[in-house]
Structures are given as structure tokens and as C-alpha cells.
Write a protein that binds this ligand. Structure first.
Ligand code: ASP
Ligand code: MG
Length: 413
């Protein structure tokens, strides 16, 4: 059977004409044995930031639907440029290559402009081009709403385009080419002896993406998981296998902890003396959701004797003030006593699929932090991760210490 691959190249991999030609050379090689290739490209690195900046000079229009619609028109254009250039670079190498913009495929999304979700992909146009022997190039990040307006999938969304295409077209694999060799045990900029992982389960990758690792767009991993798309993250700058993200058994026991993730710039908000009555959490978080505040880690304290509870949660530090203001409005209505908020919070997490079948994993984390005199402000867990909130200034120390404590450094496992 003919192999079919989706290959996605990030911004640094298509940063200029030279890089585009290098990448086209790689694609030409892959296509050489008859493998069908769908190339997904990001904008040249830095380009999307520039486009976003141009729209933000119309800041007074911000927060309106009509602003978001035109924002998408502007910021989606970076990918249009690289898709056409990639097609030309492949043609220069003697290949049949054709680009299809998001609206030409079409990639249908919902109408939440600037952070749209893919709803449906029409396969016909691409299937026909592949059958005619074309290398097909699709700009990442773009879609079209059912109202016929251009949409974008949120920053970093090209990964999601790639995996959604791989799911729709039943590709054998989706390779995400970037400027690092794969997924690491933690950020190598912080811990120089962090190791590249050979493989990860989709669940681990999803936790990593949502807990602050910037390697892949979270939605991309969700789609890969839901549709069973085999993903690989690898470098376009060297010729080496990367990190494979798959459920397939490798024969090697799953590591108890495979990575340490962190995100700085969090804020912790606590609401005190909330009457212990049904429906109040729904009101509080309903209000925040309505205002598009992304709430993370939520912890509720068990009600005390006079039937009051306390809720703590985190939000991005940029949303802290807005959150406080919104809660202030709810205070009289709901009847809680007061709200406190502190920025300068970081979330540090250990992640590992093998954690489910081992004891003492969380304890080791707490002990390691204690040994380093780092106070834990809040703890939350799932089956395959433990997260703690700590003061931001301790992030580097905590990450390094945990990375060591779980044996992730150097040649490690
Ligand atoms: N160009 C878009 C961005 O910079 C999408 C992407 O590269 O994934 O966010
Ligand atoms: Mg990216």
C-alpha cells in the first residue's frame, strides 16, 4: 500500500528562502519512493508576531467580534506566503506540487475567531490532488467558518492543522518538524542535561502540552489521541529520529516519571468564606468562563463547622486583575467574605504514565522540594501527573532538583 505522511514544518524550519529550499529537498526525498506527502507549513518565524502587532495598533476595536474576524484575515496570511513558496521550491526540484489554502480545502472551523476549533475537513480536493501525484501543501493555522469567513486556530495552531489533516486523510503518521530534536525530559534551556525522549504516550504528551511545555499545541495532541494518529516530533535541521508519540507498546516498561513541566506567570486566587450551598461554584466559574478567563487547577477546602468553604484556583497572571474585579461584582450576590490574589506563582509538574502503578512518587516530589526549602502552595494530581504551585523565584531550582531526583538527567534510564 502507498504510504501517506503529513509533514509539518514550523516557523524556524521555513524562516527564509534558503530554509524553504532545504525543507523542500527533504520533502522531495520523502516523495521519491511514491509516498504521498501532505506538507503543512507555519509562517516564517517572527512573521505572525509582526502581523499580530499590526492588528494591535487598532486596539480600541479589541474585544469585538468584527475585530477578531479581521485579525484572522491578517494573521493567517503568513502561512499563505510560505505555502506558495514551498510549492514553488518543490516545483523547482521537478516535483508536481500545489498549495491549497484553508478555505480551498476547505477546513471548516467553528466561529470563535482567533481560537477556532476544526469541525470538519473536506477530503475530496486533497485526495484528488494526491491521486494525481501532487505533493499537496496546506498552510497551517487557517480555516473557514460556516459563514465563509477566514478563521485561525490560536497561536501555535499549525500543529493542529497537521494532525487534523492526518486524521481526516488517514495518514500513516504525522511528523512535526521543528528546531529541536524532539520532546525533552524538561526544557533544555533550563536544564542543559535534559534528555530527548524516544517515545511518550499521548496521555503524557497531553499533560506536558497543557502543563506548560511549548513543544506542541494542546489541541493537536487531543486530536492525535482521539483519532489514534501516530505523531513524531523531530528536527528539520538534522537527520535523526525524534520522539514518537504513540500508544503502541514498546516492550520497555513505562518510566514512572518521564518529564518535568513548568509554567511561570501564574496567579493564585482564593475566595474565602463561601456559603456551602449548591450552585455557587457553578455561578463563580460560569461568570469567569463567560468572560473568557481560562481557569486552571481548582481546589476546594471542605466546609468548616459553620458551613463555609474556601476555593483556590489559578489563572494566567495577565487575567489576575480582571478576575479580581469580576469576583468583586459577585461578592454581594454570592455572599463570600473576600478574595485574595497573588501573582509570581509557578506551576511545576511531574508527568509519567508509569506513575499509576507505583507508590511514593508524589512523596518523593514533596521531599525533594522540602529538601530545597521550597514551600508548596497548592497540590493537584491526576492519574499520571502531580502538580504543585510554588513561588515563581523557586522554579529553576525546583525543576532542576526534580529532574535529578527522578533520574532524568544525562544518560539516565
Ligand atoms: N504562525 C502561527 C503562530 O505563530 C501558527 C503556528 O506557527 O503554529 O502562532
Ligand atoms: Mg509551534
Amino acid at each position: 500500500m502507498t504510504q501517506r505522511l503529513v509533514v509539518k514544518f514550523g516557523g524556524t524550519s521555513v524562516a527564509d528562502l534558503d530554509r524553504i529550499r532545504v525543507v523542500a529537498g527533504r520533502v522531495a526525498k520523502m516523495a521519491g519512493d511514491g509516498t504521498q506527502i501532505i506538507v503543512v507549513v507555519s509562517a516564517m518565524s517572527g512573521q505572525t508576531n509582526q502581523l499580530v502587532e499590526w492588528t494591535s495598533s487598532f486596539g480600541q476595536l479589541h474585544n469585538s467580534k468584527s475585530f477578531d474576524e479581521e485579525y484572522d484575515v491578517v494573521v493567517s496570511s503568513g502561512e499563505q506566503v510560505t505555502s506558495g513558496l514551498m510549492a514553488l521550491a518543490l516545483q523547482e526540484l521537478g516535483h508536481k506540487a500545489k498549495s491549497f489554502q484553508g478555505w480551498q480545502v476547505p477546513i471548516i472551523t467553528d466561529a470563535s475567531h482567533s481560537k477556532a476549533r476544526v469541525q470538519d475537513i473536506d477530503k475530496e480536493v486533497l485526495e484528488n490532488a494526491l491521486a494525481e501525484g501532487y505533493v499537496v501543501i496546506v498552510p497551517g493555522f487557517q480555516g473557514i467558518t460556516e459563514h465563509g469567513r477566514v478563521s485561525t486556530l490560536g497561536r501555535g495552531g499549525s500543529d493542529t492543522t497537521a494532525v487534523a489533516l492526518a486524521a481526516a486523510l488517514k495518514a500513516d503518521r504525522c511528523d512535526i518538524y521543528t528546531d529541536v530534536e524532539g520532546v525533552y525530559t524538561t526544557d533544555p534551556r533550563l536544564v542543559p542535561d535534559a534528555r530527548k525522549l524516544d517515545r511518550l504516550t499521548p496521555e503524557e504528551m497531553l499533560e506536558m502540552a497543557s502543563l506548560g511545555s511549548k513543544v506542541l499545541h494542546t489541541r493537536c495532541v487531543e486530536i492525535a489521541m482521539n483519532y489514534g494518529v501516530k505523531l513524531q516530533v523531530l528536527s528539520s535541521f538534522i537527520d535523526k529520529p525524534g520522539t514518537l508519540i504513540t500508544d503502541e507498546e514498546s516492550g520497555v516498561e513505562k518510566p514512572v516519571v518521564s518529564s518535568v513541566a513548568f509554567s511561570k506567570n501564574e496567579a493564585k486566587v482564593t475566595i474565602y468564606q463561601i456559603p456551602d450551598k449548591p450552585g455557587l461554584s457553578a455561578r463563580i466559574f460560569g461568570k469567569l468562563a463567560e468572560e473568557n478567563v481560562n481557569v486552571d487547577t481548582i481546589v476546594q477546602i471542605i466546609a468548616d463547622q459553620d458551613r463555609h468553604t474556601e476555593i483556590s484556583f489559578t489563572v494566567g497572571v495577565h487575567d489576575m486583575q480582571r478576575t479580581q474585579e469580576m469576583l468583586e461584582v459577585l461578592r454581594a450576590e454570592i455572599g463570600f467574605s473576600h478574595v485574595s490574589a497573588e501573582g509570581n506563582i509557578a506551576k511545576v509538574s511531574i508527568i509519567g504514565a508509569g506513575m499509576q502503578s507505583h507508590v511514593g512518587v508524589a512523596q518523593k516530589m514533596f521531599q525533594t522540594l522540602a529538601d530545597n526549602n521550597i514551600n508548596i502552595e497548592l497540590i493537584s494530581t491526576s492519574e499520571i501527573k502531580v502538580s504543585v504551585l510554588i513561588r515563581q523565584e523557586h522554579t529553576d531550582l525546583a525543576v532542576k532538583a526534580l529532574h535529578d531526583a527522578y533520574g532524568l538527567s544525562g544518560s539516565g534510564l
